[in-house]
Design a binder for this molecule. Structure first.
Ligand SMILES: [Zn+2]
Length: 312
């Protein structure tokens, strides 16, 4: 029986990708990635830990992956059963080959690499997409061109989340001046959340500070300014990687106690401990197939579900 191939970190499932969506999704993610480098040039060059790549290093890696996989697609169209050489992605970083790559230049590179991949992929004839090539690492694994396109998408989306996490960690540390003497109630589930299934929530007028205290101060999302023309209405926006939650003011506010967003988190136990440290009641629910999950309520009584995919 074939196991479903699923990324243990971000939950990406290669077989669930529609090959016709790969190009548009790669262009969108690479564009967000480039935006991240351009808007956070300083933070993008800092490694969150000594062994974690900086956002800029992840961007260089994704650029090279897109260029490399584009060539693999060409090989797969031309040759019968190609054996492409290994890419050696990690040594490129560790040997310092990206040392001269700046955020501005790499942002432009990334957009070009994504556009090159997308234009090539869109020209692959339908009857060649199941063509197999043999990957050297892990050794001898046969992969279809559809898988290669899904892999290009996975690398882009997965590392965009890594890069956004890295920038966010740096900003949190800069904001707290690197202080490690936080009280437990100051703890936040830094960059724990990496996916979203629903977007807009309502809140009562005039309580933005409480919203920021919960969504940023507890959940670790980043509060972002609303565009000027929308800011007059009140409410607040939050982001983490690709996740965007907008709280909009409802004058006749009624909490959504049944309808809810379901947020994907990297570590449910960590999130639960942070919520409990803030005195927020957590209801652990029956596991759903493939997930552990729990519920909590925001300061306005809106129900929020948190889900962690089980690995294996
Ligand atoms: Zn992944």
């Amino acid at each position: 029986m074939d196991e479903i191939e699923r990324c243990g970190v971000c939950g990406f499932v290669w077989d669930e990708v529609d090959p016709d969506d790969c190009s548009s999704r790669i262009l969108a993610s690479a564009g967000s990635f480039a935006d991240l480098l351009e808007t956070h040039p300083g933070a993008s060059m800092v490694r969150p830990t000594a062994s974690t790549w900086s956002s800029l290093e992840y961007a260089c890696h994704v650029r090279d992956v897109l260029l490399n996989l584009r060539d693999r697609v060409v090989l797969g169209v031309v040759e019968e059963i190609p054996h492409p050489p290994a890419m050696h992605g990690t040594p490129r970083v560790e040997l310092g080959l990206y040392g001269d790559d700046t955020p501005g230049v790499t942002a432009a590179d990334l957009r070009v690499a994504a556009a090159l991949f997308a234009r090539t992929w869109d020209r692959v004839p339908e009857d060649r997409r199941e063509q197999v090539l043999v990957y050297g690492s892990p050794s001898g694994v046969p992969r279809t061109l559809n898988w290669v396109a899904a892999q290009a998408l996975h690398e882009t989306e997965h590392h965009l989340a890594d890069a956004a996490d890295g920038v966010h960690v740096h900003e949190v540390e800069a904001a707290t001046d690197g202080s490690s003497t936080e009280r437990s109630s100051d703890r936040r589930a830094t960059a724990n959340i990496f996916g979203i299934e629903h977007v807009q929530l309502a809140m009562p007028r005039g309580r933005e500070a409480e919203a920021i205290g919960f969504y940023e101060g507890v959940l670790g999302l980043r509060s972002v300014p609303k565009p000027d023309h929308l800011a007059v209405r009140g409410g607040c926006w939050f982001e983490s990687g690709e996740v965007r939650i907008h709280l909009g003011v409802a004058d006749a506010f009624v909490p959504a106690s049944k309808a809810h967003p379901a947020l994907l988190v990297r570590s449910l136990p960590e999130l639960v401990s942070v919520l409990e440290a803030h005195g927020i009641e957590v209801r652990v629910d029956q596991p759903l197939e493939g997930f552990d999950r729990c519920y909590a309520h925001d300061p306005f009584g809106n129900r929020i579900e948190f889900m962690q995919r089980r690995v294996g």
